[in-house]
Write a new protein. Structure first.
Length: 218
């Protein structure tokens, strides 16, 4: 990442703190040995260290969460780091709707870390507590504004039917411009990938915190 982007990222850390804190402090989902033992800067090789240094400049809590497995593949890790940066802090999608899209994916995957990290960020961005609570129950939220309903239907339709109907796309065109439609699609797909990374590496919420999704719940 260019030095200017790193500087901007540093300024953005206060807003992103919830996401970083929730992901980097997560531990393994079971009591067995972690699939990816937590790396430290001292353990990074010459290919990993440049990425590790960039992460440390924007993260006050280290190299954990999705970064811990990602850094095992440093070229991919760098590409993903840059993508995360855009989709969190430079995207054309308004923050409330962007976080809503992330929560929709987190709920589909029952991703403990994604929900734990992004539900507070969505609330802070203005998404109502009722919408968050209904989504968490696996329901289509009621009383959504037009743009919120479009995001829910667009993301859900795309991820469950593997297409976007002409009707839904026409609704999207009334609310979003072309860049926003592309960015909304990208953030949704990105957080499927993040959910997969977290599931594969058996990450969960920080020690002492309650997991959002309980055993036996749908």
């Amino acid at each position: 990442m260019h030095s200017t982007s790193i500087f901007i990222s540093s300024l953005a850390i206060a807003a992103a703190g919830g996401w970083f804190a929730a992901t980097v402090m997560a531990g393994p989902a079971t009591s067995k040995e972690p699939r990816f033992p937590q790396l430290t800067m001292d353990q990074l090789d010459e290919k990993q260290k440049p990425l590790g240094e960039q992460i440390m400049k924007v993260s006050s809590v280290g190299l954990g969460g999705p970064y811990n497995p990602m850094i095992r593949s440093p070229v991919l890790g760098q590409r993903l780091y840059d993508l995360f940066y855009y989709l969190r802090w430079q995207t054309s999608v308004p923050t409330k709707l962007n976080e809503f899209a992330i929560l929709i994916i987190g709920r589909q995957w029952r991703s403990q870390v994604e929900w734990f990290a992004h539900a507070p960020l969505a609330a802070k961005a203005g998404l109502s507590a009722d919408i968050i609570a209904e989504l968490k129950k696996g329901e289509r939220p009621s009383n959504m504004a037009e743009d919120e309903a479009l995001v829910y239907d667009f993301v859900t339709e795309l991820t469950t039917t593997k297409k976007v109907s002409d009707e839904t796309y026409a609704r999207a065109k009334k609310i979003f411009n072309d860049q926003q439609i592309v960015d909304l699609t990208a953030v949704s797909g990105n957080y499927v990938m993040v959910a997969m990374m977290l599931a594969m590496s058996e990450e969960t919420v920080p020690a002492g915190k309650e997991e959002p999704f309980k055993m036996g719940e749908k």
